[in-house]
Design a protein around this ligand. Structure first.
Ligand code: OGA
Ligand code: NI
Length: 345
């Protein structure tokens, strides 16, 4: 029993208490009794007519959701149930592989383009989070696929098909979001340089004391937009008017949220909203966010058309600078955006 488990999944079996390094201070706990849970917590937008005569109505809906919630769910998004089922299935299979097989992919270096890791960033954080995760870079696919796990044997093929589909959806949404801001359809596409796409497969094991810890503490996503696929176990919560609201899964829909880069591009018209993942006593949970992002060399700043009599709220910066800051500062509830404000009065 002297060997140290690298991953949470291999540590938890038979555990009846949360280890002390996972316990949050009393002022920073999930407080389940204060969390609201109701259908329609975030808007559900049907994308069926996005390419039809009523496109402008859907764009309006998307714009309102980005402005008022920072989050929405999408149906009729063009990704087949088979692609979704296969991706969830292969992810579960991966996390159920024997420890010796999984740890071949382990690293705690956040700059690695492929790694299986745990919590958020063990090198900088004080309290750990109840999560293991596999992180992959996915664009361009041919540059990264060969470093992905080769076990389960169909992992690369299934994940690649999923990534291609998710990228298509992200790009359709970015066109719609550009238009909703009154910009040309291709504005955001062009602002992202060569584009980037990362994916996490989050694995949250059952937890003996879910009220003491988080799967992921409150954070805003540093990228452009996130497209989240989750299984049927609830866990995601979104901050709305100062209250945490549970977003319960609807099968075969995706949850979309605005990341920090859209907040910058839109000069604060759209907000990158805090969200978190909580865990539960008896069910493992899998969630698969696609983080669509600029390429590291892309220079991001407010769109000139959205700098009104007001001023640019942010300075221009290379996405690589932002990304490193995000990983190095630890998942603080204060947004990473603060270090990128413009110096105007
Ligand atoms: C994330 C995230 C939420 C979830 O990985 O950035 O917010 O429900 N995940 O797992
Ligand atoms: Ni997130």
């Amino acid at each position: 029993m002297t060997s140290k488990q690298l991953l949470l999944s291999d540590l938890v079996a038979g555990m009846s208490c949360v280890p002390s390094n996972y316990i949050r201070p009393t002022y920073d706990r999930p407080n389940f009794h204060e969390v609201e849970s109701f259908d329609g917590a975030i808007p559900l937008i049907d994308l069926q007519s996005l390419n039809g005569p009523t496109r402008s109505d859907i764009i309006k809906e998307i714009g309102l959701a980005c402005q008022n919630y920072g989050f929405f769910q999408v149906s009729n998004h063009g990704i087949s149930e088979a692609v979704i089922d296969k991706m969830l299935h292969i992810s579960r299979e991966f996390f159920h592989l024997p420890e010796s097989e999984r740890v071949k992919n382990y690293s705690d270096d956040p700059m690695k383009t492929m790694r299986l890791s745990t919590s958020f960033n063990l090198r900088t954080e004080n309290v750990s989070s109840w999560r293991d995760y596999l992180r992959l870079h996915c664009h361009p696919l041919e540059d990264y696929m060969q470093e992905w796990p080769s076990n389960p044997p169909s992992f690369r093929e299934v994940a690649a098909e999923y990534c291609t589909n998710a990228r298509g959806l992200a790009r359709r949404l970015l066109e719609a979001i550009s238009e909703s801001l009154g910009l040309e359809k291709e504005y955001i596409d062009r602002a992202l340089g060569k584009h980037g796409q990362h994916m996490a497969i989050n694995y949250y094991p059952p937890c003996p004391q879910p009220d003491l810890t988080y799967g992921l503490p409150g954070h805003a996503d540093p990228n452009v937009i996130t497209i989240l696929l989750q299984d049927d176990v609830p866990g995601l919560q979104v901050l709305r008017n100062g209250k945490w609201v549970a977003v319960n899964p609807i099968p075969y829909t995706f949850i979309v949220n605005i990341g920090d880069q859209i907040q910058v591009l839109s000069n604060d018209r759209y907000k990158s909203v805090l969200h978190r993942a909580v865990v539960n006593c008896d069910k493992e949970r899998i969630s698969i966010p696609t983080f669509y992002c600029p390429s590291p060399d892309a220079v991001i700043g407010p769109a000139p058309q959205l700098i009104d009599i007001d001023h640019a709220h942010y300075r221009n910066f290379a996405y690589s600078e932002y990304y490193e800051k995000f990983w190095n500062r630890g998942l603080a509830t204060e947004t990473c955006l603060d270090g990128f404000k413009s110096s105007h009065p």
